[in-house]
Design a protein around this ligand. Sequence first.
Ligand code: SF4
Ligand code: ZN
Length: 407
Amino acid sequence: MEFHIDLGPQYEGESIRKEDFYVEFGGSAVKYKFERATLKSPEEVEHEKVEIIGSDIKDLEEGGSYPLAILIDVAGEELEPDMEPVIERRIHMYSNYVEGLWHMAQRNDIWLRLSKNSFKKGLNSLREVGEIYNFLFTSEIPQIEKIQTTFITDEKRIEELLPSALEVYEARDARARELKDEDVDEFYYCVLCQSFAPTHCCIVTPSRLANCGAMNWFDCKAAYKLDPEGPIAGFPKGECLDPLKGEFSGANKIVAEKSLGNYDRVYLHSAFEHPHTSCGCFQAICFYIPEVDAFGIIHRDYGGVTPAGLKFSTMAGDTSGGKQVEGSCGMALELLRSAKFFQADGGRKRLVWLPKEIKERYKEFLEADGVYDKIATEEDVSNTDELVEFLEKVGHPWIKGEVELPG
Ligand code: SF4
Ligand code: ZN
């Protein structure tokens, strides 16, 4: 295959700065965006077809941010529906193989940038990106017998299709919520993001999905089956050393090995002492607020600041890079629904600040813990002094000392 630009894992670590992109797709400035892989029957897939619905790169104005949906349809006798999320996550990996193309996040959070350099070299059409996907997917995953790629840049069309994609994501997450760490003997790890964060290793258990939100325990199981030599693999969870903090001998061993000795312990359910590392594509950050000795969460798409006056991008800089950062943990938003959500630290009952959108999205779970109407949002407070005041006024159970830490 001949392309205008070079391809390979060596491009995975490259980032594209604001001044250097020709166009970008998705990101927080764009409302409608998602990516999705779908398993179809062979008759439904026209092999190696690339379709573009809406404007192509060359028709777009330089420097702009545009909506985008990426649809990858695959067929193959050995493929299983469980493998859809795995194939979908590979969009991230293969996009980053492309010289001058950068891909971040997943599902309905995607963010892509094309560099001016690669545009100049001739990568001026999504058709070529689709041909690259078709080529990489079939050469790297032999179980894919047929593939077709569709790009949609037409905002209305993406808006129409987004709800069905959200339903699919939700169905995947709902199934995963049923299972707990105690129910299985095998956990999984993923080192797909080591190209950006060399000491980062996601530990995925039934009660803790991966930071990117794109991989739960079932997805990892399917990924391992699809590609036993790939970045995701299973390991025996070993002895449970601390059920509350979520410390397991098997996970410690893997973290020591995959972080090249940088870390030798990991707590899956605590933000203190040995918290999980964060790469760069977490959906949200759970952060400690010293003034109230409690936690807040900020997510990637939230454009405002925390009560401490910090933006997501600033906080992400301090959280990412594959470090264990006490009191600042990258996380999947879906983790908010886990029964073990930072359970050693007080869990959802110790949350005191959330962006309004997140508070509403997880209302049911926050209500069940009796904190929904006690949590401040950007509409209630704009600095930590006001936060302290707010929490006292509403009588947040954590502030009143009514939440007992387990153990
Ligand atoms: Fe894998 Fe974790 Fe990166 Fe997701 S965030 S792709 S699970 S390493
Ligand atoms: Zn990552």
